[in-house]
Design a protein around this ligand. Structure first.
Ligand code: HPA
Ligand code: ZN
Length: 338
């Protein structure tokens, strides 16, 4: 392997993380501690036992482990603790900007108030900002629940609109195309919220869902979305409209056995703004620095390649231009020192 990328470079390079599920940062030790605190029987008593349940080979089997784990999150302090732990790790991975997904319906459906969820996460966001990490929240709708439930969720979240900047769409894509949620995304856009959505890897109808997300639903970014390579006209559309892709190599290799590095390289060369992210780092074996490093090692990418990916992540972040300029300047000085 001849890559000049060291661990120090991959982790230290200033970057934005734009595809990160806060619920996917629930590490086994915090899960056990919260289970004990809240008297929730999760069926395991050690970190190793919890880790042993993290077995999946596709999106559906992953989600079957992922959602039940959330039972340990009960009060505002629990949501705060989860997000605060992520922000500590993000800083150690060179993250200067974090736009974090959360799934309110995964909690309201088990009797937790949306107020509890948003206030807990937001408290950690405010604290992260005080330490110099630019951070915001993105509310995701669960696509395997109904469009009506998504609408109710948006309505119940709008009183907290100052606490999140956009909406997304996640969970199981099979039989749940983005067009199912056309109305809720239209209302979100009218409310001034940014719009992104998951177009997961190698789904039945991936390319049709990508086309609808871009041309009918007003998606500004695609989460995963690398199946766009199947249609050169959509690749050109993404390039021309500055549509960002938030790719997650380690996550991809869990749910499909491939990092999709070939697609990431092809799309970057075509001028599409592809970023690298960690998705659900507690489940997929690493945080964002690990993702940069793994991709570089597996596909023999150099420092200049990772620099380009990090600059893409800043360019497609939902922040004002002055903030982007300042973050690019941080990349300039990091690269000059390395
Ligand atoms: N895809 C769909 N749903 C998810 C994901 C994902 O990558 N991560 C957490 N929920
Ligand atoms: Zn995701």
């Amino acid at each position: 392997m001849s890559t000049d990328v060291t661990r120090e470079f991959a982790f230290g390079l200033p970057k934005a993380e734009l595809h990160l599920h806060l619920e996917g940062t629930l590490e086994p030790d915090l899960k056990l501690a919260l289970a004990r605190k809240n008297g929730v029987d999760i069926g395991q008593a050690t970190v190793e036992e919890v880790q042993a349940t993290y077995r999946f080979n596709d999106l559906t089997s992953f989600l079957a482990v992922y959602y039940p784990a959330m039972d340990v999150l009960q009060d505002e302090d629990d949501f705060y603790a989860l997000a605060a732990a992520y922000f500590r790790r993000a800083r150690a991975n060179g993250v200067v900007r974090a736009e974090c997904f959360f799934d309110p319906q995964a909690h309201t459906s088990r009797g937790i108030e949306i107020d509890t969820v948003i206030r807990g996460y937001h408290r950690a966001v405010v604290e992260a900002r005080e330490t110099g990490l630019s951070a915001d929240l993105i509310l995701c709708f669960l696509r395997d629940m109904s469009a009506e439930s998504a609408l109710e969720t948006l309505q119940s979240a709008l009183p907290y609109k100052h606490m999140f900047i956009g909406v997304g769409l996640d969970s199981d894509e099979r039989d749940n195309p983005p067009t199912k949620f056309a109305r809720v995304f239209e209302l979100a856009r009218e409310a001034g919220l940014h719009v992104t959505m998951h177009c997961d890897i190698d789904q039945v109808g991936s390319i049709n869902n990508i086309r609808a997300a871009l041309t009918e639903l007003g998606a500004q970014r695609l989460d995963h979305g690398t199946n766009i390579v199947e249609d050169p006209s959509l690749v050109a559309y993404a390039r021309d409209h500055g549509i960002g892709l938030t790719s997650c190599p380690l996550s991809n290799s869990f749910v499909t056995k491939e990092m999709k590095g070939k697609e990431i390289i092809e799309l970057t060369a075509a001028g599409v703004k592809v970023s690298i992210n960690s998705d659900d780092p507690a489940y997929f074996g690493g945080y964002v620095g690990d993702n940069y490093l793994a991709l570089a090692q597996r596909f023999d990418l150099g420092r200049a390649d990772l620099e380009r990916i990090a600059r893409n992540s800043i360019d497609i972040a939902w922040i004002p231009d002055e903030q982007k300029k300042a973050m690019h300047a941080r990349i300039d000085s990091f690269v000059a020192q390395h």
